[in-house]
Design a protein around this ligand. Structure first.
Ligand code: G4P
Length: 528
């Protein structure tokens, strides 16, 4: 197989959104276009419902199913597309952030009625940190949404990114008539549940052509002419480089549920979205077309059957060709491993694969050797960088309820935090084990899994912290002094990095002001 050709045809991306904006619906339409699923509704049943209560078994059941949809691979017009799923539930936001380290670009879905929402803001922050190219899909145009100019302004301001409209809507809600493609100068007329084939679009070379009036009525035709003139004047033509560097986000309007505007999005996506990119490591930049294999683990999924403790580690292939049964070097453990049953994830099922190329995500069976951020190579020692940990938002002390099971508890919490379910901090001096999570749900997950998978009974005691900051300083002595003085609020993370646990924003700001020799970081890269 021609490796360069295989790399060039791959596109690895994620669809991200605030819950309910339409991510699952859009995913499903993409898969339909790719022929990976036959009927609508196939993806829907697989997602972790955002309304999931704290009914734990239900969450576990859905989590179990979600392994199959973690990566959806499909072909579209000679391109091989790897779509990485991200959990919709906000309590699993960290999972989403880590998944974003494994993609080369994202499609951001925004609800035209609700505009920019909380999760959108945070997800976009992660994209900005990594200069990830973003395409925006403004969904639900069939509903009465915000004024489109206001919406663009809101997105630009709130998400701190410049936009570039690729299509332009004609009204919204019950008056929604379709979109005008500013690039191909064609009009796509809206009808509910459309197949949105090319035949449906009408090429209008000159917007003053009377055919426009005929199709959408004089009033709307005039408005469209004015809008397009304005947009052309402001935005001009999209420069692909600006998109690829993460500075400008092309924007599409549509309605995912009606399969409207989706094909336009997908066609532009394959045209402009980046192929597997070169990646930074602790030593050097690794090019996708290098001969030797390298890749990193960005997600670990536990087997939910307590009789089988094995897990699936998801690896993004960054360079070279991965081969089944070949030995690879696990950099952190300095040990070689081979994998006899590596999985690829086609939309419907898991398949054992013989090989994989840069951009692909494969599932490796793991009996406890991997943690998030681990790197595999053909011998060279480096780590992929840019896999951050964010400060948790809720902190609780882990309390052992059964001293006879201390060992099991230790093992359980180590493995669960390796998987990235939560972050573990150990208080300086007191040795208190502090678990930090993004949402309450994870504490339930941990408690349940400790008991059922490791036989360890534990409970949690609420701690009054609000944020964890990683500390660095050029002045070792000052840092040591600070940690000693603030023992109650000081801890180390799993890798031994010092952390300050702040009770409130006020305390944090005070410490930042009072300790100019110390740097307070809000994210920590697992490997620097
Ligand atoms: P998510 O994954 O981002 O959480 O969103 P999801 O696709 O589940 O969509 C959220 C809701 O919005 C769903 O309705 C979905 O049918 C609806 N939706 C998606 N795209 C459009 C669109 O273009 N127009 C309109 N009007 N609605 C859209 P639901 O009632 O929550 O779920 P369901 O009963 O349809 O399953």
């Amino acid at each position: 197989m021609n490796t360069t050709k295989e790399i060039n045809r791959r596109r690895t991306f994620a669809i991200i959104s605030h819950p309910d904006a339409g991510k699952t619906t859009l995913t499903e339409k993409f898969l339909l276009f790719g022929g990976a699923i036959q009927t609508a509704g196939a993806v829907k049943s697989n997602k972790i419902k955002k309304h999931a209560t704290s009914d734990f078994m239900e969450i576990e059941r859905q989590r179990g199913i979600s392994v199959a949809t973690s990566v959806m691979t499909f072909e579209y017009k000679d391109f091989l597309i790897n779509l990485l799923d991200t959990p919709g539930h906000k309590d699993f936001a960290e999972d989403t952030y880590r998944t974003l380290t494994a993609v080369d670009s994202v499609v951001l879905v925004i609800d035209s009625v609700n505009g920019v929402e909380e999760q959108t803001r945070r997800l976009m922050e992660v994209c900005r940190m990594r200069n990830t190219p973003v395409i925006v899909f403004i969904n639900k145009m069939d509903r009465d949404g915000k004024n489109r100019f206001d919406l663009l302004e809101e997105i630009e301001k709130e998400l701190k990114i410049q936009l570039h409209p690729m299509t332009w809507p004609i009204n919204s809600g019950k008056d929604f008539k379709g979109v005008y493609n500013l690039d191909s100068k064609s009009l796509l007329l809206f009808s509910a549940n459309t197949k949105a084939n090319e035949e449906d679009s009408i090429v209008i070379k000159d917007l003053h052509d009377a055919v426009l009036n005929e199709k959408i009525g004089e009033k709307d035709a005039d408005t469209l002419r004015e809008d397009v003139e304005l947009i052309d004047g402001v935005y001009g033509k999209l420069n692909d480089e600006d998109y690829l560097s993460g500075n400008i986000a092309p924007v599409f309007f549509g309605s995912a549920i009606n399969n409207f505007g989706v094909k336009e999005l997908l066609d532009t996506f394959i045209k402009i979205a980046p192929e597997p990119l070169d990646r930074e490591t602790s030593k050097r930049v690794v090019r996708a077309d290098e001969n030797k294999l390298s890749g990193f683990i960005f997600k670990i999924h536990a087997n939910l059957d307590p009789r089988h403790r094995d897990r699936i580690a998801f690896m993004r292939v960054c360079s070279g060709r991965f081969e089944r049964n070949k030995y690879y070097h696990h950099v952190r453990l300095d040990k070689d491993f081979r994998f006899s049953n590596p999985y690829s994830f086609l939309a419907r099922s898991k398949d054992i694969i013989e090989d994989a190329y840069p951009g692909d995500v494969i599932g490796l069976f793991d009996t406890g050797n991997f943690k998030i951020g681990d790197t595999l190579t053909e011998g060279e020692d480096f780590y992929f960088t840019g896999i951050p940990s964010f400060s948790p938002e809720i902190f609780k002390e882990l309390v052992n309820k059964d001293p006879m099971k201390t060992k099991q508890l230790e093992k359980g919490i180590t493995q669960l935090t390796d998987e990235g379910v939560a972050q573990l901090f150990t208080q300086f001096g007191g040795n208190k084990k502090i678990i930090g999570c993004v949402g309450e749900l994870q504490f339930e997950v941990i408690q349940y899994r400790l008991l059922h998978e490791y036989g360890a009974a534990a409970e949690f005691r609420v701690l009054p912290f609000y944020k964890a900051c990683w500390l660095t300083s050029n002045d070792e002595k000052k840092l040591e002094e600070f940690l000693r003085f603030k023992q109650q609020n000081s801890a180390e993370d799993k890798d031994g990095n010092p952390v300050y646990l702040a009770q409130s924003e006020w305390f944090l700001n005070t410490e930042i002001t009072n300790n100019p020799a110390i740097e307070f970081h809000f994210t920590s890269e697992i490997h620097k």
